[in-house]
Ligand binder design. Structure first.
Ligand code: NAG
Length: 441
């Protein structure tokens, strides 16, 4: 907290100093009109859809898919990204946040503005159940959240941008970020200063509920903030036939879990969205033994920081008090060192409007939709706390290949037709952002 305050004060001081000493740089508004934007989008999409470009994208995605790596272990993924960037002649800083890297394309490190595009790199602890030629070769690990496609689309954008580097009116930072799945890679990218001086950032997530060739988003809150908790309830074990000389942690846990849901139904404004879900419970092993210990764990979500801290406090209180009724004791662990809580993801209105306009020029007005917020969470939220940010969902549903399995399913499938679309969208948003915000010094 203190660190953040200090940073904010320093930034403010710097801004004030700059604005009094240097002739103020002025944004040139709307240098790229509607027709120019359509032309840019069309050119980029045509390039990315050329057979050789598309094959290259598919090869990269399949190669990453075959070799999934978990949070902060993305060593080979990182190596693959670096060697592709080397082939393209794109410079990068590495390592950032252990296995991540940040590439730069544009008019030179000093030239403003800077705009960032972000892809996450890590896979999940899931056994792939899809039988296909490029199935995961690592038992128990799978790219079931599409991060293989995210990395590929960003490399595609790197290639498109590099082809126009002399025409860029600023610099594009391509953020290959580790550890989105619960381990807050984005937080560490920011902490290492990876995005200082960046004025806007775009993130894409493949979305199986909408068709390939469509995208959706909304201004303001789009994804919830989220935290996790792990509970251990200690009682006194006994033969099942002698409950009176036990302190039954199973009953205590049952009572606590039921009461947690009443925090939502009785303490939360019904018009405000909050979630508590208990996802696992572990107790004894026999039908006729009262166990010593019960463990359970779950997640809590809200769209406001106040909501999150209130849930965090009440989850602990309710569990401790409920188990005390049953003469047991509990420890509640929020695991914040390894699983930092994610804030809500808030889309900057202006940047959302910009990306939406670009999306419409790329895919047609009828293929860009407004989406309601969801209680899913993303560490892209850390960027959205510090810089104007916009997060878009990009469709991968295709009836022919049945790519409608939900994220994190062992049967998750991607329509690879999304790869050139995502690459072109990334590049078009960045290029037109630089055009609109270029500074005349
Ligand atoms: C759906 O998948 C088929 C088979 O791969 C492909 O030919 C078609 O172009 C895809 N549809 C869209 C809308 O991308």
């Amino acid at each position: 907290m203190e660190e953040l305050h200090l940073t904010a004060i320093l930034l403010l001081t710097c801004t004030l100093l700059l604005s009094t000493q240097i002739p103020v740089a002025r944004a040139v508004k709307e240098t790229r009109g509607g027709s120019e934007l359509s032309e840019l989008s069309r050119e980029l999409l045509e390039l990315a859809k050329e057979p050789s470009f598309f094959d290259w994208l598919r090869r990269i995605r399949r190669s990453i898919h075959e070799n999934p790596e978990l949070a902060y272990e993305e060593f080979e993924t990182s190596q693959l990204i670096r060697s592709e960037l080397d082939s393209l002649g794109v410079e990068y800083a590495w390592p950032v946040a252990k296995t991540g890297l940040i590439a730069s394309v544009g008019s030179g490190a000093q030239a403003q503005p800077w705009f960032a595009l972000r892809a996450d790199m890590d896979a999940l602890r899931i056994q792939e159940l899809v039988e296909w030629e490029h199935k995961s070769k690592i038992d128990g690990k799978m790219h079931a959240c599409g991060h293989d496609a995210h990395v590929t689309m960003l490399l595609g954008a790197a290639k498109l941008l590099q082809g126009r580097r002399h025409k860029l009116k600023g610099t594009v930072k391509l953020v290959f970020q580790p550890a989105e799945e619960g381990k807050a890679g984005a937080y560490h990218i920011l902490k290492e200063g990876g995005l200082d001086n960046v004025q806007g950032i775009l993130g894409l997530h493949v979305w199986p509920e909408i068709a390939t060739g469509t995208i959706e988003s909304r201004p303001g809150p789009i994804l919830a903030g989220s935290g996790r908790f792990l509970v251990s309830i200690n009682g006194k074990g006994e033969h099942a036939a002698m409950p009176h000389s036990s302190k039954d942690p199973v009953l205590a846990a049952s009572s606590a879990i039921l009461s947690l849901q009443q925090i939502i139904s009785r303490e939360t404004d019904p018009l405000e969205a909050r979630v508590i879900t208990v996802g696992f419970v572990e107790a004894g092993q026999a039908q006729n033994v009262i166990p010593e210990v019960v463990r359970f764990g779950g997640t809590f979500r809200s769209f406001t920081p106040e909501g999150l801290s209130n849930l965090k406090q009440r989850i602990r209180e309710v569990i401790e008090m409920q188990v005390a009724v049953h003469r047991c004791s509990a420890t509640v662990d929020y695991m914040e060192e390894i699983m930092r809580h994610y804030p809500p993801t808030i889309n900057d209105r202006e940047l959302y409007e910009h990306a939406k306009r670009v999306g419409e020029s790329l895919l047609g007005k009828s293929n860009v939709h407004f989406t309601p917020p969801t209680m899913a969470a993303e560490d892209f939220s850390f960027y959205s706390q510090k810089i104007p940010a916009s997060f878009f969902l990009i469709g991968i549903y295709n009836e022919t290949i049945k790519s409608g399995e939900r994220l994190h399913s062992p049967r998750f499938v991607i329509d690879e037709e999304v790869l050139p679309i995502g690459a072109a969208f990334h590049a078009a948003v960045a290029i037109s952002y630089l055009d609109v915000h270029q500074k005349l010094i």
